[in-house]
Structures are given as structure tokens and as C-alpha cells.
Design a protein around this ligand. Structure first.
Ligand SMILES: C[S@@+](CC[C@H](N)C(=O)[O-])C[C@H]1O[C@@H](n2cnc3c(N)ncnc32)[C@H](O)[C@@H]1O
Length: 182
């Protein structure tokens, strides 16, 4: 069954891009990463709106088997090869400002230096296990005083992980959650 049908009760049309753009401008951030790029809607909107910003976009662009985990996505509804190709092509237009890392988010994190980012936007695997491993891999890449951000805070799996790990997290609207890196 398609993710769209299975997870229809969760999926909302949100403008997370506007929230990230506001935060980047407000804080004057210059280095960020997005975990889970898909077709690049957020990645490229943020790069277009914030000329001083460089971004690393991470995605495995892979249809994965359905797992037992709550809120697991398979991406069966997407032509991942075509999306990967389109994103890679478009990314070239931004030169050094846009680096694409293709592969599992945790494996890809190993090539990013600790404390090198002003923010990370976690929007990859929305299962509890998936978000926990992304936080474990990516939070350390954000400098102290930067922000760990993510999407889909109303998803029960996301909410449980974020509430437990960061009890003082904020909601910025459009399903975006965030916490200042200590
Ligand atoms: C919700 S979509 C991202 C949407 C995008 N952030 C936006 O705002 O337009 C989630 C993406 O995460 C990717 N993803 C899921 N698990 C992943 C993993 N373990 N490693 C890398 N990418 C992953 C999927 O391939 C998918 O493209």
C-alpha cells in the first residue's frame, strides 16, 4: 500500500520552508544541513531566500521495505531515481553553497565536522528509532548556540522522541520544532 494512503491521517501540507527562512535570517546563519531532501523543496527555497547560506542536503533516495515500526515510510509513491537526478542537477547551480550527500543519514554524518553547523533540520526517518539515530548522529555537528530543528512535531513518534530528549523544545509553527544546542 502507498505511504500516502497508510499515513494519510498524518500528512499535512505545511510551509516549513518559511519557518526555516525566518530563523536563518533572524540569526544570520551561514551553514546548515537538511536531513531528508526528497525533491528539494525546502533545500532550494532556503538557499534562494538566504544568499549568505550554504547547505548540506542528505538523502538516500531509496524505496525501502515496509517495516513494523510506527510511522515508517517506504517512499513507494516516488520515483526516487528521478528525484535524485533532479536535485543533483539543480544543486550544481548553487556551486559551493550546496553540497549533496547521497546515502544513509548516519553514515553521511561521518563526513561532517562536529560543531561546524549553525543548524540542522531533521526531516528524514520519522520512526522513533530513525529520529533517535539522526539526533545522535547530527546534534553534535551543530555548534553550541546553534539550533537543532526538525519537522512533523505532531507525529506521535516525533513528539515522543523530541519531548523526551529536549523537554524545553519550542514549536515554530508549520510542524517545525527546535531547540538551542547547549
Ligand atoms: C519527508 S521527506 C523530506 C522532505 C523535505 N525535507 C522537504 O521539506 O521537502 C523524507 C526524506 O528522508 C529520506 N530518508 C529517510 N530515511 C533516511 C535515511 N536513513 N537516510 C537518508 N535519507 C533518509 C527519504 O528518502 C525522503 O526523501
Amino acid at each position: 500500500m502507498s505511504d500516502r494512503k497508510r499515513l494519510a491521517h498524518l500528512v499535512k501540507a505545511t510551509n516549513q520552508r518559511a519557518v526555516i527562512i525566518d530563523l536563518v535570517k533572524q540569526h544570520g546563519w551561514t551553514r546548515g544541513a537538511e536531513i531528508g531532501v526528497l525533491r528539494g523543496k525546502t533545500l532550494f527555497s532556503v538557499l534562494d531566500a538566504c544568499p549568505g547560506l550554504s547547505m548540506t542536503g542528505v538523502d538516500q533516495w531509496k524505496v525501502v521495505p515496509l517495516r513494523e515500526d510506527e510511522n515508517a515510510e517506504t517512499y513507494v509513491d516516488f520515483d526516487m531515481r528521478a528525484l535524485e537526478r533532479d536535485v543533483a542537477l539543480r544543486a550544481k547551480g548553487y556551486g559551493y553553497r550546496c553540497i549533496i550527500l547521497k546515502g544513509d543519514s548516519v553514515a553521511m554524518s561521518k563526513s561532517v565536522e562536529k560543531g561546524s553547523l549553525d543548524f540542522v533540520f531533521l526531516d528524514g526517518d520519522h520512526t522513533e528509532h530513525g529520529l533517535k539515530r539522526d539526533i545522535a548522529a547530527w546534534a553534535s555537528k551543530v555548534r553550541s548556540g546553534g539550533m537543532i530543528l526538525g519537522h512533523d512535531i505532531s507525529w506521535a513518534t516525533v513528539n515522543r522522541v523530541v519531548s523526551a530528549k529536549y523537554p524545553d523544545f519550542q514549536e515554530f509553527g508549520e510542524e517545525v520544532w527546535g531547540v538551542v544546542k547547549k
